[in-house]
Design a protein around this ligand. Structure first.
Ligand code: PLP
Length: 464
């Protein structure tokens, strides 16, 4: 068998990696100078690197390994499916059992009015599907001018040309002439950074009403859809004020705008309910799914459609699809992942046990002098770092310096939190235990202490 081995010493693996492997979202020269950390294995909530270090993964890979690492049954299901039917397409009036079974399962978990799913290989391409789908939907409804999609600054919807256009990441738009025409962005509901003197509730309403203003400006007859993550993930775990989503829902309903909930992070239990849309009482027309759908064990994503949207789309051929739409092995793996999620009551356990426990510990970290706000919902959260708690000030030297210090200190202490600017974020596997949470809280407090000492020494603790 041609097994991939890890026999080379770390330095040699790093050199080969630098010589031939171009990484996503990475400054290649900077990485080559430092050397990538080589991950060789994982079990439960822990990774292992090529030097034999054990690392606690508080990001579930990239927000995806919800059932934890090292599940035998997933490997077994994948093996059997590869032997039975490794591949067949679903284009030309054919189907196969794994796609049928997963479509039935996923839609049974979806809100009652959503009963069809279109498969993709991940979240980005699922959102590309959504762009073409909502535009063609309105064309079929005799309103071909309804083409514009409204999104939000600092949203993340993936990295293809379409998905990066939907996203509101300035750095991404700066490369490759994005966004594509027909995508516009309104402001995000980030109260801590942008709320000024308003209460969170006032601010949530104000930011939601930017949608209504934008629709008026563009003309309701030109707007196809609004897309948003229930909680912005990659943007910094931005949990909107309670007033935000009800007002967005009202506006979409009032102006006949399709509502796309990008559930790629929130879906499948992250917030303590099956969907972020449950947590925030959103009634979407389309939901984007990926990540937690397979817990990252195989690449798969998709778009779940409301009956209303599907019934219109069903009247015409949709000239769209991916070679790996409904890939048999990915579908089989996703099904087994969902079986584990249900059988082990992972979402119920998050909701009733670990989320309340984490919320308590997180509030404790919020007491640290370096932390301006400790946001948490289910098992996803952020620590907003600040040089001055009282004034919610940003750091004078610009965003990210202190965040990077903190992130690197986490890495050095063998646990992974990610930084977005000066926010430290977590999204641990849903199997995260109370003991894991205790460890995280202890380690995080020490990292905050060390970060503050280091930032003070470097003269970075000045308020903007
Ligand atoms: C990760 C992510 C995507 C993109 O998914 P990929 O599988 O990386 O293409 C889309 N939307 C959200 C909210 C995400 O977090």
């Amino acid at each position: 068998m041609n097994m991939i081995t890890n026999h080379l010493p770390t330095a040699e693996l790093q050199a080969l990696d630098a010589a031939h492997h171009m990484h996503p979202f990475t400054d290649s020269n900077a990485l080559a100078a430092k050397g990538a950390r080589v991950i060789t294995g994982a079990k439960g909530v822990h990774l292992r690197d090529s030097d034999g270090q054990e690392i606690m993964d508080c990001m579930a890979g990239l927000w995806c390994v919800n059932i934890g690492y090292g599940r035998d049954s997933i490997a077994e299901v994948a093996r059997r499916q590869l032997l039975e039917l490794p591949y067949y397409n679903t284009f030309f009036q054919t189907t196969h059992v794994p796609a049928i079974a997963l479509a039935e399962k996923v839609t049974s978990l979806a809100p009652d009015h959503m009963n069809h799913v279109f498969f993709a290989a991940g979240g980005s391409d699922a959102n590309d599907t959504n762009i073409r789908l909502v535009r063609h939907y309105w064309a079929l409804k005799g309103k071909p001018e309804k083409q514009v999609i409204i999104s939000r600054k600092n949203a993340y919807h993936g990295s293809t040309v379409g998905a990066a256009s939907l996203g509101g990441m300035q750095a991404m738009h700066g490369q490759g002439t994005l966004p594509i025409p027909g995508v516009v962005h309104i402001n995000q509901p980030h109260w801590y950074l942008e709320g000024g003197d308003m209460t969170p509730e006032e601010f949530g309403l104000q930011r939601a009403r930017e949608l209504e203003k934008k629709i008026a400006e563009l003309g309701e007859d030109n707007v196809a859809a609004f897309i948003a993550e229930p909680i912005q993930g990659a943007g910094g775990v931005i949990i909107p004020p309670s007033t935000y989503w009800p007002e967005i829902q009202r506006i979409c309903d009032a102006h006949e705008i399709l509502l796309i909930a990008d559930e790629v992070i929130c879906g499948f239990g992250r917030t303590g309910n099956m969907w972020g849309s449950d947590t925030f009482s959103i009634r979407p027309d389309i939901m984007t799914i990926a990540k937690g759908l397979s817990s990252g064990y195989a690449p798969i994503g998709g778009s779940i459609l409301s009956d209303e949207v599907f019934d219109v789309m069903a009247t015409d051929e949709f000239y769209h699809g991916y070679t790996y739409s409904g890939h048999p092995m990915s579908c089989a793996v996703a099904l087994e992942n969902l079986r584990i999620l249900e059988e082990e009551n992972l979402i119920g356990n998050v909701r009733d046990v670990t989320a309340p426990y984490l919320a308590e510990k997180w509030a404790g970290l919020g007491e640290h002098p370096l932390v301006g706000e400790a946001r948490i919902c289910g098992l996803v959260g952020a620590l907003q770092l600040t040089p001055d708690k009282a004034s919610r000030a940003a750091f004078a030297e610009g965003p990210g310096n202190v965040g990077v210090i903190a992130r690197d200190l986490c890495f050095e202490d063998n646990f992974i939190m990610r930084h977005v600017g000066d926010q430290l974020i977590i999204s641990p596997p849903l199997i995260f235990s109370k003991e894991n949470i205790d460890t995280l809280a202890e380690k995080a407090w020490k990292v905050l202490d060390k970060t503050m000492a280091s930032a003070t020494e470097k003269g970075l603790m000045k308020a903007a």
